[in-house]
Design a protein around this ligand. Structure first.
Ligand code: PMM
Length: 316
């Protein structure tokens, strides 16, 4: 199993606002679940917990709550104190139907927040599809580029990431938010899992060709992006040991937190999806299963709850 470099995610990094309790070795967490006491995971390294900081007025999950710099920085610090390993800072909402901000707007949203939280010692990823934003974010202290388009929206982002030697998260993606609902057909071999696997493999080829080192690549199935609700569950199943996505040999990040497929799973008798605020427990259950399946990381809004379920898992 390939693992991304631990550089920048080393738990020894001084996180001024963090209260990291364990000696988890962050990425590359597929190793060492076999400590000397058979059957125990005590001291094991669980998935990287990536806390979401959306500096946006319109994200579906927390739209508007952290839209200004001070609120976003305060939120990031609070996620660190709850045990986030990485803060994922984004200035563009990807909710279905969302309109894109101008580049200048996106920069103004994320760069000051990244600068402040990096100065605190946080490990920061920038959630962007734009090369220009990635470049400024990396200069401001980010060490990971989280590109939901996997380099399709702005291919120059790959060269920017390669030049910085940063870690790159390539999510499965087919189209911008205004069109992704029309792009949910997977009628090739293997259905949605086969399609996502082939399309991610094509992204990996482009990433490598652009000079991103293999050990700096993390993949993401893109739950909720150009997927019908049932597709998300098939993709989660393909992340089991021996599953078709796991078999790709790359570390995976999964972002399920508060997404609408959970809302549909929990729909009331009238068929109305559970509201965003009522999806947290299902998200935590999924995190626990994904941890057991050895995913590299989980992208979550509720860091404290995520840490709670991982603490239980680590004791069993
Ligand atoms: N989901 C969202 C935004 N960025 N990045 C990755 N790598 N994976 C995801 O699943 C993902 C992402 C949308 O969710 P939000 O509005 O809660 O941020």
């Amino acid at each position: 199993m390939l693992v991304p470099s631990t550089e920048g995610l080393d738990p020894q990094v001084d996180r001024t606002h963090g209260t990291h309790r364990t000696a988890r070795t962050a990425p590359g967490t597929h190793r060492a679940r076999d400590d000397s006491r058979a059957g125990s995971r005590r001291g094991a390294s669980g998935p990287v917990v990536m806390g979401v900081v959306n500096v946006t007025p319109d994200s579906f999950s927390d739209g508007g709550r952290y839209a200004d710099t001070d609120a976003a920085v305060a939120h990031g610090r609070s996620l660190l104190s709850e045990g986030a390993d990485v803060l994922d800072i984004g200035g563009e909402s990807t909710r279905p139907g969302a309109t894109r901000p101008l580049v200048r707007e996106e920069l103004d949203r994320v760069v000051p927040v990244i600068a402040a939280l990096s100065a605190d010692g946080a490990v920061v990823s920038v959630d962007t599809m734009r090369a220009e934003v990635a470049a400024e974010a990396l200069s401001a202290g980010a060490s990971i580029v989280n590109d939901v388009s996997g380099g399709l929206a702005d291919p120059e982002i790959l060269a920017v990431t390669a030049a910085a030697g940063a870690t790159y998260i390539a999510m499965h993606w087919r189209a911008h938010a205004d069109r992704m609902a029309e792009m949910t057909t997977y009628d090739g071999p293997g259905g949605v899992v086969g399609g996502v696997r082939r399309e991610l493999a094509a992204r990996v080829e482009d990433l490598l060709a652009a000079g991103i080192a293999e050990h700096r690549i993390v993949l993401d199935p893109g739950l909720g992006f150009a997927k019908r609700p049932e597709h998300n569950w098939e993709l989660v199943r393909a992340l089991s040991p021996g599953g078709d996505l796991s078999a790709m040999g790359f570390p995976f990040l999964v972002g399920a937190s508060r997404k609408s497929f959970l809302g549909l799973l929990l729909a009331g008798q009238d068929g109305a999806p559970r509201e965003v605020g009522g999806r947290e427990v299902a998200g935590h259950a999924l995190t626990l299963l994904l941890a057991q399946r050895g995913v590299w990381g989980v992208r979550v809004h509720d860091v404290r709850g995520t840490r709670d379920v991982l603490s239980v898992w680590e004791q069993t």
